[in-house]
Structures are given as structure tokens and as C-alpha cells.
Design a protein around this ligand. Sequence first.
Ligand SMILES: NC(=O)c1ccc[n+]([C@@H]2O[C@H](COP(=O)([O-])OP(=O)(O)OC[C@H]3O[C@@H](n4cnc5c(N)ncnc54)[C@H](O)[C@@H]3O)[C@@H](O)[C@H]2O)c1
Length: 283
Amino acid sequence: MATAKKNSRKGQGRLAGRVAWVSGGASGIGEGVAELFAREGARVAIADNRPAAARAVARRITATGGTAIALATDVANERSVARSIAATVKKLGRLDIVINNAGIVEIGDLHTHTEAQWDHVMGVNVKSMFFAFKHAFPHLRDATRGYVVNLGSISSFVGQARTPVYTTSKHAILGLTRSIALDYAAHGIRCNCICPGITETPMLWEHLNVRSDPRAALNERLNRVAMGVSLSPLDIAKTALYFSCEDSSGITGTSLTIDCGYLTAAEWQCTGPTAFQQPPKAP
Ligand SMILES: NC(=O)c1ccc[n+]([C@@H]2O[C@H](COP(=O)([O-])OP(=O)(O)OC[C@H]3O[C@@H](n4cnc5c(N)ncnc54)[C@H](O)[C@@H]3O)[C@@H](O)[C@H]2O)c1
């Protein structure tokens, strides 16, 4: 039974035969991407600066018949990224997909920030994408079809209170996405950006947990969202999958906002329950 399950993934799925490098794959959205991509037949490298957590995700994927490796990686450090990508190619044989997902937030007013805090957020959120692209490029080119997916945010389009460096970094990612799309289309590489809204991950809860009633704080934020619900890592992973295969052929340099309607209105007050808060009726 176990063997049948294990074999059932081999050679199947929309990413069969592909290799994906997923930064920040040890938790939240990155973990969701790693799991979905493995289910779709990709061999996955989970690059994270929390190696024990990355190994746990890789073990879970392997236990259910997928192929995954964990790589201790600091995405803000070029040598570390270069080693991580080289190890991916050495252990998994090739590289087709780069998911630049690792990200951090620094909360505070700009005038209180240090240069080191600024550099740290910009390093993890933006410079990391330069490093990953630079070292992945020869492999993506060799694959003749390469896919780069950068994680932006609704903060790529609007300001959010007390996160000035994060907001700056997420705006910058749109520009970098367009530049890569333009300059590397000739090599068969497409580059797109995903901009999530309120997604339930450890990062989100870390920020909500400083409030006296975190669940009430989340619900208060969801009142500003048309659909009245939060997103799951899988919701975001499904779009990463779309951008990482030929389902999205012809799309490059663009961004896709997945926010349950958060940015649809300048102001919104959810006045009652929405149907999205209940499971759909069976057809
Ligand atoms: N959760 C949300 O509501 C939300 C909304 C919009 C955008 N995003 C973006 O999605 C991405 C993933 O966020 P998440 O919510 O899953 O966060 P998360 O904190 O749950 O996961 C982020 C992962 O990145 C890793 N990481 C952090 N610094 C690193 C470094 N220097 N090197 C390697 N790995 C590092 C962490 O160890 C962690 O595993 C981020 O880019 C974030 O900005 C999240």
C-alpha cells in the first residue's frame, strides 16, 4: 500500500520532472508551495534559515511519496544562496523553478529604524531575489523554460501602517519582476509576482499575537475584506503553481493579487456574514 502510494506520484502531475527551489519553505506560504509542488510531481529544495524546520517539511513530503531536500540557506547572503542553488542542482539534477518567498517584517516608525534594520529587511526581501536569480540563471536557461515567482504583497501597491521598509521592499519587487521578465524572456524565462492579502501563517499570527485578543484583531481586519475571510497558504500556493507551469504560458512581468477583495475598495465595512465563511453547497 505504502509503495503504491509512493509510486503514484512519480512521473505524474503538472510539475512532473521539474525541480523547484523554494525559499522560506519551512513555514507558512513557502511550506504550502513545497507541499503542493511535490504533490504535482516536482522534486523540491526547501531553502530556509531554520534548517530543523525545513528538514521537518522535507521529511513530511518524503513520507507521503514526494521528493524533497532541506537546505540551510540565508537568502540575504550571496554565498549561502549560491551554495544552496548549487546543492539543489547537484542533488536533484536540474533547476526549473525559483520561488522567492522568504520574507520578514519590521514594525516601527521610520525615524526609529537603524540602518541595520533597513538593510536586513531589504536584504531578505529584495536583495535575496537578485542573488537567487543570478545563481539560478544558468540552470533556468539550460532548462529552456524557466519560471521565477516572486512574493510581493498587497503592500506592493498600498502603504500599510508602521511597516515602511517592508512596504518599500514589496514595491521594489514589482520593478524587479518586470526587469527580469523583460531581460530574460529571450532565454525562455518567465517571471511573475504574487501579491497576497491576509494569509494565515506564523508571520501573520506573530503580529496578531501581540494584541490582547488576536482572534478579535484578525476579525476586525477581515471586516475590511469583501469576502470576509482570510487566505490559506494553499490558496497562494495554487497561484505559484499556475505561474510555474505552462498553464500560464504567455504571462510574464505581471502580478496577481490574491486578497479576497481587500484592495478592491478604498474603504469597506463588512456588514454581515458572507457566503465564503461557510463551505459551498455540493452541486
Ligand atoms: N502571511 C501574510 O499575510 C502575507 C501577506 C502578504 C505577503 N506575504 C509574503 O509571503 C512570504 C511568506 O510569508 P509567510 O507569511 O509564509 O511567513 P512565515 O514567517 O510563515 O515564513 C517565512 C519563512 O521565511 C524564512 N526566512 C526568513 N528569513 C530568512 C532568511 N534570511 N533566509 C532564509 N529563509 C528565511 C523563515 O524561516 C520562514 O520559514 C513573505 O515574502 C511575505 O512577505 C505574506
